[in-house]
Design a protein around this ligand. Sequence first.
Ligand code: SAM
Ligand code: SF4
Ligand code: SF4
Length: 348
Amino acid sequence: MAGELHPVIDTRGRGMRDMRISVTDRCNFRCVYCMPKEVFGRDFAFMDRAEILTFEEITRLARIGVAHGVRKIRLTGGEPLLRKGLEALVAELAALRTPTGESIDIALTTNGSALAVKAQALYDAGLKRVTVSLDSLDDATFRAMNDVNFPVAKVLHGIEVAQQVGLGPIKINVVVKRGLNEQDIVPLAQHFHGTGFVVRFIEFMDVGTTNGWRMDDVVPSAEVVERINAVLPIEPVPSEYVGEVAARWRYVDGGGEIGVISSVTAPFCGTCTRVRISTEGKLYTCLFADHGHDLRGLMRGGATDAELEAAMASIWRARDDRYSEIRSSLTEQLRRSGHHVEMSYIGG
Ligand code: SAM
Ligand code: SF4
Ligand code: SF4
């Protein structure tokens, strides 16, 4: 019975600590590095309502994850705020307890477009933290990157409202792509310096098969640090816990922190404790896995909690993933031949 299980450990000694749940495969943005319009155009077939997990099914999987060791749940997508009534799901997840009675850390990653409207309801439902993706402060660059002409001012307003209602600490995710928004690194750092917001610069990754990734497009985190340090001196901060993906740096003048996520140049597979649930209920043990395990089929086929628990545990125990560590040893052809899932489908 859920609640009395022991944490499960994979073949590399990693527990299942963080659960990322994609609540929709749809998005109102077409970020060029994630859902390029050429692929996710008008004719693209998104999932039918009947295919996607219900809130009840999501909560059931989350409860079993918690019994197996999950302590953090992040809602993502697609754009999670497009899922109708998301606050009802947040409320159900916020009510979950660990076997020793502690609450779970519930967070959300969003493009911020609907945050001004949704922030209060989400906070009231028990959401603690939000991470907002914001790739540029320059309106023209921002509109070009989201590729739907969405103005940056609206996202900045959403962030402001989120802060006012008490969602925090707020993190800002910036995917840096060479030639596209590298000129925005320093202005973003300067804008949020001294505000308590933590900006995290993420290396552009080769997720999925549609974003045309090339190593030349990656701005290494070391370069991000160098550029910021030249204007606002920073020093490294020791990481707080095992599995923390962002390397932390603090401003020498006390103006707060930034983070860099070096998924490409300094992979962190050794401490990767993330389990991912796709929109239609497949469990992925890696962002780069070429297939998921169909938990929705089990649930809709009438599996008992004990059967679901056993299935989740055995998938995790067999886990051996470390794609980012071996990426550089793969030939271009091998890398491209993998049927990687898309980021918008599995969540970040
Ligand atoms: N729509 C929401 C958003 O944009 O925050 C949540 C889903 S999005 C897939 C989650 C995160 O993945 C975002 O911060 C996004 O910038 C990041 N992301 C998407 N494609 C990426 C890529 N190719 N490389 C690195 N990060 C990526
Ligand atoms: Fe949508 Fe987020 Fe992907 Fe941008 S990064 S296309 S906002 S899912
Ligand atoms: Fe985790 Fe896979 Fe990313 Fe490595 S490549 S850090 S195993 S999700």
